[in-house]
Design a protein around this ligand. Structure first.
Ligand code: GLA
Length: 445
């Protein structure tokens, strides 16, 4: 766990002095651009149009000066259509944040949806229910925007969000064996919501509560600050925990998640985000052709209930070696005990690091669209999960999500750390500050 002062990488909460809520400016990206196909067509037309002017068979009868003048006029008219056609730069926008209503929970709590957009047309929507990342739209190598995260069109879908699409997970992301742990000699019992284990904070984890929210806008970034106080004893965990999570989108095409927490009693804590990515666009089918690099020489093997055995195993010579960019599906069906136990990849990787701070944990590349996602984090681990439990879920725009239609890179502490003395500690004590950062960086190649 990283316990230190707010990181200088992105402005800390303390530094935020000006908050903007409910800005009414609409999304403005793309207003000066035309779809790349239509631009391509116009450029072809230009070629056909110029041909007769320059090289018409009657050119003897057309004075040279007149032909040059016509050419000049044609260029003036057509330059704006041809400039930048098809490239990512054709997606123009403006930095903005806006708030709108997104329904209410069965117990009557209003839910708000925040839209963050940057000058390159990237748009991220997050909501106050579960701190859920509802959508992430980024351009592909031709400049076409698509939503690259799985989810639902309405709040109703998220209220029964079994796969944790986009969720802000806590108080303890991933599994705690047998739903039990001890802190300061006292044993605590959690609900078993995943076979014999407790998963993702229990029956009503942080992904199922409504967070308080305030948006902000600065010169080169916009964001939302979410706050939630988890009561002493909630879901069986000790201590009143005050949690602040800041989502920020900047003009460098980075979306960051900054987690802070303090407690009044020692408690385990492991916050993460459970977004499901498909860099070819949600609903476009399998991610097995996408290429992945994980900056991890080791992983934590699991037992049949996906609890770590305690061993820190080398990835060398195994299907878990992603230290060089590798097609996700190239070894997923290998005869390998760990892949069989996980039903694919569903494992915590130990991020290579020298000391604390942000390091590159993962890079995903989709050859079909050229989209690249890089994940930096201060956390010690990342759960690489290949959507093995997706089983025909009805998602956005009528799309059906099946096994392997997305992948998750849940930056985190190792699973079951409270019961694994050899793993880095996840116990937060009174007087300490929990602080972790994860950054998703979007680009194309
Ligand atoms: C995590 C777990 C998976 C699965 C998903 C949610 O990634 O490791 O086993 O439970 O959450 O479906």
């Amino acid at each position: 766990m990283l316990i230190r002062k707010p990181h200088s990488y992105l402005s800390g909460i303390a530094k935020i002095t000006k908050l903007h809520t409910g800005l009414d400016s609409g999304l403005r990206y793309g207003q000066n651009s035309l779809p790349a196909d239509s631009l391509k067509g116009r450029c072809e037309m230009t070629k056909n149009f110029l041909q007769p002017i320059l090289f018409d068979s009657n050119h003897q009868r057309t004075p040279m000066i007149r032909r040059m003048f016509l050419l000049f006029l044609s260029c003036l008219t057509l330059i704006p259509f041809c400039a930048g056609s098809g490239g990512p730069s054709s997606t123009q926008g403006a930095l903005m944040v806006k708030k709108e209503a997104f329904g209410s929970t069965p117990d009557g709590k209003a839910v708000e949806l925040y839209t963050l957009a940057n000058m390159h047309g990237i748009e991220v929507r997050v909501m106050t229910y579960g701190g859920i990342v509802v959508s992430v739209k980024t351009p592909d190598k031709a400049g076409h925007l698509a939503d690259i995260t799985l989810g639902f069109d309405t709040l109703a879908g998220y209220l029964a969000n079994k796969p944790y699409f986009g969720a802000l997970v806590g108080r303890y992301g991933n599994r705690i064996a047998n739903g039990k742990f001890a802190v300061d000699g006292k044993e605590y019992t959690l609900a078993k919501n995943n076979g014999p284990n407790s998963l993702h904070g229990g029956l009503k984890g942080f992904d199922k509560v409504v967070w308080q929210a305030e948006s902000f806008q600065k010169s080169a970034e916009v964001g939302v600050i979410l706050k939630y106080t988890s009561a002493n004893g909630e879901e069986g965990y000790p201590g009143t925990l005050h949690v602040t999570v800041t989502y920020t989108l900047n003009d460098k095409n980075e979306f960051s998640i900054d987690y802070h927490a303090i407690t009044d009693k020692a408690t385990p804590i492991n916050l993460t985000n459970h977004t499901y990515f498909n860099l070819a666009g949600e609903g476009s089918g399998s991610i097995l052709h996408e290429e992945l690099m994980l900056n991890a020489n080791h992983f934590t093997p699991v037992d049949s209930t996906l609890i770590p055995t305690g061993k820190i195993a080398s990835v060398t010579g195994t299907p878990f070696d992603f230290t060089k960019s590798t097609v996700v599906g190239s070894r997923i069906n290998n005869k390998d005990e760990q892949l069989e136990l996980g039903g694919g990849y569903d494992h915590n990787f130990v991020i290579n690091r020298q000391g604390a701070g942000l390091v590159l944990a993962a890079r995903v590349y989709a050859p079909t669209t050229g989209r690249v996602l890089e994940v930096d984090t201060t956390q010690p681990g990342v759960q690489f999960y290949t959507g093995n439990f997706l089983d025909g879920i009805h998602g956005k725009h009528g799309h059906i999500y099946n096994k392997r239609d997305a992948l998750c890179l849940e930056t985190q502490h190792y699973p079951d750390s409270p019961n694994q003395p050899s793993f880095p500690s996840t116990i937060l004590k009174p007087g300490q500050t929990y602080h972790e950062i994860t950054v998703w960086r979007f680009s194309t190649r």
